[in-house]
Design a protein around this ligand. Structure first.
Ligand code: FAD
Length: 373
């Protein structure tokens, strides 16, 4: 495995660090809901440099850079806590590039590249989270349209986004993963309702009700009933940027600064614990670099990505948890860094696939235990 970045990639890192200086206090990575207009402006500034389309092919209006550039970009964004990678420029655009018709690319890629159009991911349902094969929201073909009926939940940032990237059932009710399709749905469609679900970190997720929402059939991306493999490819395209180690380094720095200010670091046991966390972070970073390495070499990165998600999200929780152990009630002062990091870290092991499901991937696909499904 090659852990070194080229001099061009290192120069790009410096450029990203410079670019991010004015955004030091934005914290859109952890509070996007509250900061959306500023985060959107940041995406606009990135778009001016072509960074929303950094690794898209040049033929599709991108800069055609390698995925190491994307890794570096989002690693530094994580460290500065500026913003999380937007779904539109990632999953949505990369899927359109692979599977969209020429008309769809022409319609959707330019406003995504300029940062004007943003998407929310509408996969999960009350009875279908880890098991997306049981999605029930139905898209029924009627002439030139699909009519959508059903309910989604846990949609991140849906309150501020323009469109949904919707996973809906177009096959028979028991068709499981063989009967799903992907559709682009405008948020302001008639019959669509977004309801806020407040979260522990002071932000919100959303429930979305589709009550006979009519969508032109040309909003379906890829062949009917074949969303499953398309979603898998999209996930694979984004694995190297989902859990940036920079975010962990920053969390630990914050907790070290806080522990020092509180006088806790005079105790050897506190210093030992912080040292152990620094080691955990390096370990998590090695996992994320091995994801990048596998992708760069064209190998399947799913096991490495599952291991990375486990290591990263457990490290997030361990860093915040340490502050609780050092400081007791002093770590619970509302608005202070430790308690905010704690509330933020709790959901990390659930969103994007739970730790149990990730462990199952490592056991089945990595260790070859219990079959491949
Ligand atoms: C902050 C956050 C943001 C999210 N954003 C989005 C979003 O933007 N769009 C979207 O569509 N969804 C989103 N989700 C939903 C997320 O993908 C689901 O919560 C997640 O996949 C788990 O599904 P579930 O909540 O239905 O739990 P369930 O799947 O019901 O799981 C319940 C428990 O059972 C365990 N379990 C389930 N299956 C297995 C298994 N096979 N083996 C072992 N244990 C298992 C789980 O680990 C968990 O502990 C978000 C969730 C969170 C927390």
């Amino acid at each position: 495995m090659n852990f070194c970045f080229s001099s061009e990639e290192e120069a790009f890192r410096e450029e990203v660090i410079d670019f991010l200086r004015p955004y030091r206090n934005l914290e859109g990575f952890i509070q996007q809901g509250e900061k959306w207009s500023e985060v959107k402006a940041l995406f606009g500034a990135m778009a001016e440099r072509g960074w929303l389309a950094l690794a898209w092919p040049e033929s599709e209006g991108g800069l055609g850079k390698g995925i190491a550039h994307e890794y570096i970009l989002w690693d530094e964004f994580g460290y500065e806590r500026a913003a999380r990678n937007p779904l539109a420029a990632g999953i949505v655009a990369k899927t359109l590039i692979r599977h969209g018709s020429p008309e769809q690319k022409e319609r959707w890629l330019p406003p995504i590249r300029t940062g004007e159009l943003h998407f929310s991911l509408a996969y999960s349902e009350p009875e279908a989270g880890s098991d997306l094969g049981s999605v029930r929201t139905r898209a029924t073909r009627e002439g030139d349209d699909y009519v959508i009926r059903g309910e989604k939940c846990w949609q991140s940032y849906a309150q501020d986004m323009d469109c949904f990237w919707l996973l809906a059932r177009t096959g028979e009710p028991d068709s499981r993963s063989r009967g799903l399709s992907l559709l682009i749905v405008d948020k302001d469609s008639e019959g669509l309702q977004v309801e806020s679900l407040p979260t522990l970190d002071g932000d919100q997720l959303n429930a979305v009700v589709f009550d006979d929402v009519r969508v032109p059939a040309n909003r379906r991306v890829g062949p009917e009933n074949q969303a499953w493999s398309i979603m898998g490819e999209a996930l694979a395209d984004e694995r190297h940027i989902q859990f940036p180690a920079g975010r962990l380094r920053r969390d630990l720095e914050d907790i070290c600064t806080w522990a020092e200010a509180q006088g806790f670091t005079r105790e050897a046991s506190v210093r030992v614990r912080l040292g152990a966390l620094a080691t955990d972070i390096r370990e998590a970073e090695m996992h994320s670099l091995s994801v990048l390495d596998a992708m760069n070499q064209g190998r399947d990165a799913s096991v490495a990505a599952a291991a990375n998600k486990i290591a990263h999200t457990l490290a997030c929780q361990a860093i915040a948890r340490a502050a609780m152990d050092f400081g007791g009630e002093r770590a619970l002062v509302e608005g202070d860094r430790p308690e905010l990091l704690w509330r933020l870290s709790l959901w990390e092991t659930i969103g994007g696939g739970t730790t149990e499901v990730m462990r199952s991937i490592v056991a089945r696909q990595g260790l070859g235990l219990g079959g491949t499904r």
